[in-house]
Write a protein that binds this ligand. Sequence first.
Ligand SMILES: Cc1cc2nc3c(=O)[nH]c(=O)nc-3n(C[C@H](O)[C@H](O)[C@H](O)COP(=O)(O)OP(=O)(O)OC[C@H]3O[C@@H](n4cnc5c(N)ncnc54)[C@H](O)[C@@H]3O)c2cc1C
Length: 396
Amino acid sequence: MKSDNGFVYTKKRHYDVAVIGGGIAGISAALSAARLGKKVLLAESSYILGGLATSGLVTIYLPLCDGLGHQLSFGIAEELLKLSISRGAEGDYPDAWLNVDENSVEKRKSQRYLTRFNPHVFVVLCERLLTENGVDILYGATMSKLHKNRAGDSVSSVSLITKTDSYVVSADTFVDCTGDATVFYHFGAETFLPFHKNGNAAWYYEMKDGEYRLKQIGSCFYISSEEVNEGVSGLDGEENTADVIKSHLKILDDFLKNGDVSKNHAIATLPTIPQVRMTRMINGAYRIKKTDDKKHFDSSVGMFGSWLEKGLAFELPIETLYSPYIKNLCAAGRCISVDGDDMWDITRVIPVCAVSGEAAGVLAAVTSDFSDINVCDIQTVLSKRNVPLHLSEAGV
Ligand SMILES: Cc1cc2nc3c(=O)[nH]c(=O)nc-3n(C[C@H](O)[C@H](O)[C@H](O)COP(=O)(O)OP(=O)(O)OC[C@H]3O[C@@H](n4cnc5c(N)ncnc54)[C@H](O)[C@@H]3O)c2cc1C
């Protein structure tokens, strides 16, 4: 007999840490917590890891450095960059950073520590890395409901729906890596949208005359307030569908400029996730802003630069990862707590998602009561992993 929700029965699972969303932030958070010996679930609604970075064909791993020769992002952010090109880079091999010789130090001032990777190889390598580290991956699992504890200040469990099963997953701590703060939204926590909506983007891979190349069609930048009605928020299913169909037509037009399909010409890969850059984010205990450039935070749990502007350098305060009103839920990736579109454009990129993911994974592993965080405990773990936390340590 079927239950009310149409499934034969609901499976119950318990984890130390449940990570929802398997993009770069989710991969980093799950790996980070698993390395502390925690039993970790990574629930991902598609059947592939990487989110926008792989399914979205956003295959430029933006810089780990400040553009003036200083490396800022370390730990899992650097590990994933190296992993992404461990079987070859699609382009922009950062030789000054990876092949050290007497010219490297000088060359790093002009060559940024970024690269271009193959999404398919990276997906499989990430999956292998997580399973080798004991992370339980559940694909095809979309978080659809959240259940609070009696006091209403913690998440007790989430419901996950797959094609065949319904799960109720309880955990000591939860990490929202959905890219659009879905878990916080279900909790009823305060979230907000950026002022700008997203312009249409249509990135795809074309194979032509033996060359396989990424085509970045359409503006990937957010549109101005005057054009705001034409953009998408990323949170409306029908709007997203219309935007994806628009991208597909643009891709077809672009592809046909080089002729029909032949053995020397084909669309090699389409994106399988909406290429939306900016959506909902959390209103955390602190919202980092662009004027925090070069600011020291006692509670820093990582560092990052700006892909847009050389010389900017930020410490990431742990307060950007959680809300003061929820005890056991934190966020990582492009939905962390930041102020203003200019800052979100800096924090939403792959290396920063990995930095916040690693930090959130440690936070979730170390405590399940964020109202009483001893930041030294988290910093000690990161320092033992050789992750510098302050700009002074990076020579900035
Ligand atoms: C057009 C475009 C160009 C960009 N260019 C670059 C670039 O050149 N370089 C760069 O570094 N960055 C770039 N970015 C930004 C960067 O790719 C993303 O911001 C980053 O990869 C986001 O990572 P994330 O893990 O936070 O989120 P996402 O990649 O969005 O991952 C979230 C994951 O959560 C899953 N999920 C969502 N909801 C649920 C749910 N309810 N239950 C279960 N799973 C769920 C999704 O399926 C997805 O896999 C670009 C983005 C876009 C759109």
